[in-house]
Design a protein around this ligand. Structure first.
Ligand SMILES: Nc1nc2c(ncn2[C@@H]2O[C@H](COP(=O)(O)OP(=O)(O)OP(=O)(O)O)[C@@H](O)[C@H]2O)c(=O)[nH]1
Length: 372
């Protein structure tokens, strides 16, 4: 379909999700290392079964998160807004956070003060260490942060001693700082992504009509040609030219001419119903359409629909025979072969367009090329 000069939100969102999955391996290792350090540190003073069970839960939870990220690495097109994916991600994040948060309930009360401080230290490190992994999704990070630290904050507040209150206050300030940092870094990431996709779309779109530009056509056409050649499937090119457009400009002025070009471009764009089809501004008042996997007859019918769609706009053009704006279309179809020259198909469409003009304009002419 025609490409528009707006940033495709799916591109940005897909990149966010890809970013989130990309660092899952590092997250897994960091989580495991922290859990091992805590286990070793508390080994001599805590019940071994309890510690080992907790360690196994850490491995299972972060392993599930890693496996999920791995399975969905290649499937990020729906982006972060991709319903079930997001829900699953949030659940796994919450479980991972709660595995750490639970230590406030089943480890902390049985520990003496220096070990309690060490546990709080480890929880802080774990929550801060996860920050770079969640830059793409700060809300998910906030969930993780809450699951890791809120249980400990509550336990400290309920403990009714002044040092505990102070520690709880410090943890709240610490969490707030992490949350602000996450949102600031997220803002930076989003700015870069928007800039990147903004530049990408500006470079591929025609400024006046918002259709794909000639460069995009050239690149896409080669790809489509190779794809059709590999699959031995038909490929069609249609060249479209507005009739007597010089007279339109001369009569109504260049600015009205620009408006007319935009109207025609929109009408052509609306005719593109399959996601792989491309309509582009070929140059001046000419447009080009590439249709994949359609027989010559089907593509010619498609071209006829485009002609009718533009005529149906009813844009007054007193200097044109029909009294309104019309287009002439020349199309060609072939089953490409890798040894053929892709330019031949465009040339054949151009010949057909010439015939359409010669035959009186406002019509479709077709040429089927048989390759050997
Ligand atoms: N307003 C406007 N006019 C353009 C633009 N690009 C090309 N044109 C005009 O399009 C006209 C093309 O004229 P010609 O190539 O003579 O063709 P035509 O008048 O359409 O005649 P036929 O093709 O034989 O029907 C020229 O007057 C160009 O100046 C543009 O971006 N805006």
């Amino acid at each position: 379909m025609a490409m528009l000069a707006v940033i495709n939100p799916h591109n940005v969102s897909a990149q966010q999700l890809a970013q989130l999955h990309r660092y899952a391996g590092i997250g897994f290792l960091a989580n495991l290392t922290n859990a091992l350090i805590l286990t070793l540190f508390l080994w001599s003073i805590t019940d071994h079964i309890r510690l080992l069970l907790w360690l196994a839960t850490v491995v299972a939870a972060s392993g599930a998160r890693l496996a999920y990220a791995h399975a969905h690495r290649r499937n990020v097109r729906g982006g972060l807004a991709g319903g079930n994916q997001s829900l699953m991600m949030l659940s796994l994040t919450a479980i991972n956070g709660l595995v750490w948060g639970s230590t406030a309930l089943f480890l902390h009360p049985a520990l003496t003060e220096p070990y309690q401080l060490f546990l709080i230290f480890m929880l802080s490190i774990t929550s801060a260490g996860a920050l770079p992994l969640y830059i793409a999704a700060p809300a998910t990070y906030l969930l993780y942060l809450s699951c890791v630290l809120v249980p400990m904050i509550l336990v400290l507040l309920l403990g009714s001693d002044s040092v505990g209150y102070l520690m709880a206050l410090m943890l709240v300030i610490f969490s707030g700082t992490l949350a602000i940092t996450a949102w600031t870094m997220h803002h930076g990431l989003m700015e870069s992504l928007h800039k990147y996709f903004g530049y990408q779309s500006l470079a591929s779109v025609d400024g006046l009509t918002q259709l794909a530009n000639r460069r995009t056509f050239d690149e896409t056409y080669r790809d489509e040609w190779n794809r059709a050649a590999r699959a031995s499937l038909p490929l069609s090119v249609i060249l479209i030219d507005i009739d007597n457009f010089k007279k339109y400009n001369d009569h109504y002025g260049h600015q009205e001419g620009d408006t007319c070009l935009r109207e025609v471009a929109n009408a052509l764009g609306r005719c593109m119903r399959r996601s792989g089809d491309l309509v582009a501004r070929y140059g001046g008042e000419e447009f080009v359409v590439v249709l994949y996997q359609m027989t010559g007859d089907e593509a010619a019918r498609y071209a006829e629909q485009m002609r009718e769609a533009v005529a149906g706009l009813g844009l007054v053009h007193e200097r044109n025979e029909a009294g309104h704006v019309t287009i002439s279309l020349g199309g060609a179809t072939c089953i490409p072969h890798s040894r053929d020259n892709p330019d031949d198909l465009v040339r054949a469409a151009d010949d057909a367009l010439y015939r359409a003009k010669e035959a009186g304009r406002d019509q479709v002419c077709w040429k089927s090329i048989l390759t050997t």
